[in-house]
Design a protein around this ligand. Structure first.
Ligand SMILES: CC(C)(COP(=O)(O)OP(=O)(O)OC[C@H]1O[C@@H](n2cnc3c(N)ncnc32)[C@H](O)[C@@H]1OP(=O)(O)O)[C@@H](O)C(=O)NCCC(=O)NCCS
Ligand SMILES: CC(=O)OP(=O)(O)O
Length: 325
């Protein structure tokens, strides 16, 4: 599934920071990455503790770099760089305190070029993983917000993977109409990267006016704005999930829609729906979930679900570093 990213990394090997260097899932994924030699793990933590955790868990992490915020030779330079970046928003004392934590320290390792990418969130919450990136790395030119998308993969009976994209399941709590448009267009790009020809459904509890309410209006308006912004894309809404994915239901509820019944890229109205929706697909629908993949950020930094396993960490590391331009 991710061979295209592995091949890219083989041509340009990278370094990826893991902010939770003693977590057994991170250590297992690191050992696996080290055997591939295309991605060097940079494990944040005390070297003795990281080595001890690796030995106890039985993983060989020879070749990994271990960086300890308590003993980092360039810490003074890092503090002054962060003070400058957060001028008026963080005092020097705040910066020193924050840089003792793996999330801020790791993000600054990327910002200052010690590493190419970062993956965190095995134990940190999404907010604590993403906040340093929002504050320090910022949005890339042309993006107003950072959003996120999940790629969901399920092997099908025909042997071909079923691949879907879902957004925003992790970052923007109550996106506005314009933010939903940006989320949809970014997600279409991410979907294409993973081989999906995006058919985008703006999801709701209503199909084409069958239900009423301001949340319905928001999804319909956002859908119309997205169509106007990207007329070349297949976009429709507002659609209920059954109308979006089932040709039979689509035939009954909205036979004129070209997206309904065949949608593969789903835009949720808010994070409640999105986060619950992707976890239902993952836990009850037998989909593997890769994400949240951050979109619109100025450097490749990604989050993990705290419920992740070592194989998901391994795949997310490849996705994160493989998306470096
Ligand atoms: C992402 C999130 C942590 C940001 O919230 P926050 O830290 O309270 O954000 P703040 O409003 O204090 O903003 C912090 C900085 O991030 C920036 N920011 C916040 N949200 C942003 C977004 N979506 N895109 C770009 N920048 C953003 C702000 O502009 C601000 O920058 P500044 O300090 O340089 O001015 C918050 O939206 C959140 O908790 N989202 C849900 C996370 C979650 O629980 N997901 C479920 C599990 S995956
Ligand atoms: C993405 C997500 O839901 O993360 P967590 O499970 O860690 O809250």
């Amino acid at each position: 599934m991710f061979n295209f990213l592995i091949n890219k990394l083989k041509a340009h090997p990278r370094k990826i920071v893991f902010t939770e260097g003693t977590d057994p899932r991170i250590l297992e994924a690191s050992a696996r990455l080290l055997s591939g030699t295309f991605l060097t793990p940079v494990l944040v933590g005390n070297p003795d503790e990281v080595q001890k955790a690796a030995e106890e868990a039985g993983f060989n992490i020879r070749g990994a770099e271990i960086m300890d915020p308590e003993n980092f030779p360039e810490m003074e330079k890092m503090v002054s760089t962060l003070v400058e970046l957060r001028k008026g928003k963080m005092t020097e004392e705040d910066c020193r305190k924050n840089l003792k934590k793996g999330n801020y320290f790791g993000t600054m390792l990327v910002k200052m070029g010690y590493a190419d990418a970062l993956l965190g969130g095995a134990t940190y919450s999404t907010a604590d993983t993403v906040r340093p990136a929002l504050q320090i790395i910022k949005t890339k030119p042309g993006s107003k917000i950072v959003s996120s998308c999940f790629i969901l993969v399920r092997p099908s009976a025909t042997g071909e993977n079923e691949v879907l994209a879902m957004a925003d399941c992790a970052i923007n709590i109550k996106p506005t109409e314009d933010e939903l448009v940006e989320i949809a267009l970014e997600t279409a790009n991410t979907a294409r990267t993973f081989g999906i020809d995006p058919k985008i459904a703006f999801l709701s509890y209503s199909t084409m006016g069958s239900g009423k309410g301001e949340d319905v209006d928001k999804m319909r308006n956002a859908c119309e704005k997205a169509k106007a912004a990207a007329p070349e894309l297949a976009i429709d809404g507002e659609l209920q999930f059954d109308a979006a994915v089932s040709p039979n239901v689509a035939h009954t509820k909205c036979p004129e829609s070209k997206v309904a019944g065949h949608a593969n890229t789903f835009i949720f109205p808010d994070i409640n729906a999105g986060n619950i929706g992707y976890k239902i697909a993952q836990r009850l629908g037998s989909f593997d979930a890769y994400g949240p993949i951050l979109q619109g950020l100025n450097a490749p930094i990604n989050d993990l679900s705290r419920g992740c396993n070592a194989m998901e960490v391994y795949s997310m590391a490849i996705i994160t570093a493989g998306l470096v331009d």
